[in-house]
Write a protein that binds this ligand. Structure first.
Ligand code: AMP
Ligand code: GLY
Length: 424
């Protein structure tokens, strides 16, 4: 097969992990990334194409002879970038605008669940404050209130009390729109990733992340402060159930509705006493979950992503490294609130890949010096024979990075480490 030039869209830790894995593909020619970051620049050519201007992306691809585009984040997919690239005859990894509703619209996903009998929390949708409040008064707390549509993680309130629930309704409906009110599901959360080409499904494995900013799962919600894969809590039986009861009916249902799902389907699951239930779908790799999936993949990633795009996933094979991967996110002090940019980071170059893989999430190089440019800045991934060992590898490397402007959680993997310690 001739070498294929690829454009990767995005500039976070997820995209560094994708670029790092794509780089190992024997059929990869040139790898471009828009916009990229200082870490991605080590494995790809970073360019500043405006990804909200689909014509500009198509023109760039034609100009450079790019044969395949890999879309990292959800926003360009929800905006229909995959459709526009396909219409221009350019192959793309990531779902169509119609299929991207699985992440873009909570009511869309809930309707899919109802229609295809996929286990999820009971729900109701409201656009007016009074009826929403009547409903929560009737249901009682705890209860979950969500803004419909993409809210970058900010549109969900898990209300412990009726007062919190009523306050959340006022807040989320203040500027119009809709809220989805859901039954509270008790259990442990885990994620399940699968590729689909519209018909076939290829499971990619499991992960768990830590969404709160500080140790002990306290503090504000973030995009994720660390993750590990596989997640032992997802036993082979639970993986089979998630596949059969949740992912397969979704892929079949989407095809039946004329919007086949091509790309990666990231199912956020609640492991309830009645089995796995869907919390939400994402239509992209997780960030930082991708930083623990990619180091474990032993396959030609480009070939896999192309198979998901062109309907040949049934012939694809993946091997997995036996080890567990765990990543620790290093964030700018203040994140997820206001934080400074431009602080200097040193020590990253001295860490060898056999020790830990340092994925860059928000960095730039200024006059040769590495500086922080984002909230989440570095993701340090260690590999080991258990979560405990992988955490030790990651934290050894974190300790060698000198970044006074940053902070990280010291307890990534704690739940699993406690279980592992209990076993021995
Ligand atoms: P979402 O943006 O839908 O993933 O929700 C964000 C977080 O809120 C999830 O990761 C869960 O921790 C929590 N959550 C959402 N929906 C529910 C639910 N129905 N029951 C319990 N927790 C939920
Ligand atoms: N780590 C959660 C996400 O990528 O949505």
């Amino acid at each position: 097969m001739a070498a294929i030039d690829v454009l990767l869209i995005g500039g976070g830790g997820r995209e560094h992990a994708l670029a790092w894995a794509l780089r190992k593909s024997p059929t990869l020619g040139r790898l471009w990334c828009a916009p990229g970051n200082a870490g991605i620049a080590q494995v790809a050519e970073c360019v500043s194409v405006d990804v909200t201007d689909h014509d500009a992306v198509v023109a760039f691809c034609k100009d450079k002879g790019i044969g395949f585009v890999v879309v990292g984040p959800e926003a360009p997919l929800v905006a229909g970038l995959a459709d526009d690239l396909e219409a221009a005859g350019i192959g793309v990894f990531g779902p169509s605008k119609a299929a991207a509703q699985l992440e873009g619209s909570k009511t869309f996903t809930k309707e899919i669940c109802d229609r295809f009998a996929i286990p999820t929390a009971a729900w109701a949708k409201f656009s007016d404050i009074a009826s929403a409040k009547d409903y929560v008064r009737a249901q009682g707390a705890p209860i979950v209130i969500k803004a419909d549509g993409l809210a970058a993680g900010k549109g969900v309130v898990v209300a412990e009390t009726l007062d919190d629930a009523l306050g959340a309704i006022d807040m989320l409906l203040a500027n119009g729109g809709d809220v989805v009110i859901e039954e509270f599901m008790a259990g442990e959360e885990a994620s399940f990733f699968a590729l689909s080409d519209g018909t076939s499904i290829l499971p990619l494995g499991t992960a768990q992340d830590h969404k709160r900013a500080y140790d002990g799962d306290t503090g504000p919600n973030t995009g994720g402060m660390g993750a590990y894969s596989p997640a032992p809590v997802m036993t082979p039986d639970l993986v089979q159930r998630a596949l059969k009861e949740i992912v397969e009916p979704t892929v079949r249902g989407m095809a039946e509705l004329g919007m086949p799902y091509r790309g990666v389907l990231y199912a956020g699951l609640m492991l309830t006493k009645d089995g796995p239930k869907l919390v939400e779908y994402n239509i992209r790799f997780g960030d930082p979950e991708c930083q623990v999936l990619m180091p474990r993949i032993d396959a030609d990633l480009l070939a896999l992503l192309m198979a998901a795009s062109n309907g040949t996933l049934d012939k694809a094979r993946v091997n997995w490294r036996e080890e567990t991967a765990l990543t620790v996110v290093m964030a700018a002090k203040g994140y997820p609130g206001a934080y400074d940019k431009g602080s200097i980071i040193s020590g990253v170059e001295a860490i060898g890949e056999d020790e830990a893989i340092v994925f860059h999430a928000g960095t730039a190089r200024r006059d040769g010096t590495l500086v922080a440019t984002g909230g989440r800045v570095l993701c340090v991934t260690g590999l080991g024979n258990s979560v405990t060992q992988a955490a030790a590898k990651a934290y050894d490397a974190v300790a060698r990075i000198d970044w006074p402007g940053g902070f990280n959680r010291g307890d990534i993997g704690w739940r699993e480490i406690a279980r592992e310690t209990g076993k021995t």
